[in-house]
Design a protein around this ligand. Structure first.
Ligand SMILES: *Cc1c(COP(=O)(O)O)cnc(C)c1O
Length: 444
């Protein structure tokens, strides 16, 4: 490998050879340069010229315990000498067995089997296919539609886009997509005067009931992002919605899919977000943080009842879905090391305190005349900026980088989703960076 000596060199080679995700590449030729990263350490990313950035968004919501984490590194080194990968059809290995057992135990045994893939979107596709196919195996061929919330995000492959309701990701591909129906979001910001977040949740659940009452014979599954619709701007809602949705799905014989790709693994304060509603889904999708942000890994957990719908002498009644890297041993080992850290460091308890400090660091912003709906659940804080112009998020992003902080506002929503290792000084740094970047980016 040619060792780059400076930012400028790597930057030019990257622009010549790499097509970056979620990016209009032409912008990188202008006033929005790429950031070359030489190395990461803890919550910090370092470039080749000695600049550094505090990773306030966990590298797109994946990194839980910092970059170059010594414990995950050690686990991966040990796994490298033992087994890097083997196909999971016809073979099995220790990391995948142990991870499946431990994840199932974390659901209290309610979700007894784990199916693996590499990315979040693949997990969504698997849950949708599995739900449809399990109904079909039970003689309910008519159940071939899906239902999602307005503003939902479940990934960007063509199948996942069917249940994703974010125009910027979807509109160009609309002719390719078999779009699912949407029902109103329980977004707590929609409260009428005198309404509580739970009231908004009940109102949205009533709309869900009206939809299910008419269409349930055709609906295989209802898919939700529990508690927070992250990609459409950290939309937060009351757990009451999940309680009611679970009851309605039971009553109308519709599967409930909880997509915890972003909100699982402790992000909302509990290990799984759905626990805050005291429910269990029929399908649970995990990815992002599950490998500590180290390797691509996704998992769909489901019930024994769904599993049994496929268990048969006929091959075609099985779930004949696969990805080459299904159950990758290194990725599973990274996930096991991640679960070990949760247990050894009592992370959920520590994060209660960390979340309070995060709240205190951004609290002064609530008095800012342009700040609306400052909100938090667990290790996510967010606020909206009133009257933001279309270029606000780009200016804010750059202003954040100038203050040594990686933030990526979604439209007019600014948020923090830091790794679970940020210390008091790093939290204070993020709070100062947000305040400074806000002032710097309000005016074009
Ligand atoms: C990120 C995300 C996905 C898609 O995961 P990828 O690994 O990017 O394909 C799906 N659902 C939710 C809720 C997500 O946040």
């Amino acid at each position: 490998m040619n060792d780059p000596k400076s930012n400028a060199e790597l930057l030019q080679r990257s622009l010549n050879a790499v097509w970056h995700p979620c990016t209009q590449m032409k912008q990188h030729a202008g006033d929005l340069p790429l950031i070359p990263v030489a190395r990461g350490q803890g919550a910090w990313l370092y470039d080749f010229d000695g600049r550094r950035y505090l990773d306030g968004i966990s590298s797109w919501w994946v990194n839980l315990f910092g970059h170059a984490n010594p414990r995950i590194n050690a686990a991966l080194r040990a796994q490298l000498d033992e087994l890097e990968h083997v196909l999971l059809a016809g073979f099995t290995h220790r990391p995948v067995v142990e991870l499946s057992e431990r994840l199932s135990a974390l659901t209290g045994g309610a979700l007894g089997h784990c199916f693996y893939a590499s990315d979040g979107a693949s997990a969504t596709e698997i849950a949708l296919k599995m739900s449809f196919h399990s109904w079909r195996n039970r003689g309910r061929d008519g159940k071939r539609d899906f239902l999602c919330l307005a503003g939902s995000y479940h990934g960007e492959t063509v199948g996942a886009l069917a249940v994703t309701d974010v125009a910027i990701f979807k509109d160009a591909y609309a002719p390719l997509v078999r779009t699912a129906a949407t029902v109103p979001t329980p977004d707590a910001r929609l409260a009428e005067p005198g309404e509580s977040p739970a009231d908004v949740a009940r109102r949205a659940a009533a709309a869900l009931e009206r939809h299910l009452a008419v269409h349930h014979e055709q609906i295989a599954a209802f898919i939700v992002e529990p508690l927070i619709q992250c990609a459409s701007g950290m939309v937060m809602y009351d757990p009451e919605y999940l309680r009611l949705a679970r009851a309605l799905c039971d009553r109308y014989e519709v599967h409930l899919i909880c997509d915890e790709i972003a909100v699982g693994c402790g992000r909302t304060g509990t290990f799984f977000a759905h626990e805050q509603a005291g429910i269990r889904p029929d399908f649970l999708c995990l990815s992002k943080g599950i490998s500590g942000g180290y390797l691509p890994l996704s998992v769909v957990l489901t019930t024994d009842s769904v599993y049994e719908a496929f268990y048969d002498d006929a091959t075609v009644r099985g779930f004949l879905h696969s990805h080459s890297y299904t159950g990758n041993a290194l990725a599973c080992r990274a996930a096991l090391a991640t679960l070990d850290i949760f247990a050894e460091d009592r992370v959920l308890e520590q994060n209660v305190v960390r979340a309070q400090k995060l709240a205190a660091a951004v609290a002064p912003l609530s008095a800012h005349p342009r700040v609306r709906h400052l909100r938090q659940r667990g290790m996510i804080v967010a606020f909206d900026v009133a009257d933001a112009d279309p270029l606000f998020s780009r200016r804010f992003y750059r202003a954040g980088l100038e203050r040594e902080a990686l933030t990526r506002p979604i439209g007019n929503t600014v948020y923090l989703m830091p790794p679970y290792i940020v210390d008091d000084e790093e939290i204070a740094h993020l709070g100062r960076a947000l305040a400074g970047a806000l002032e710097a980016s309000l005016q074009p």
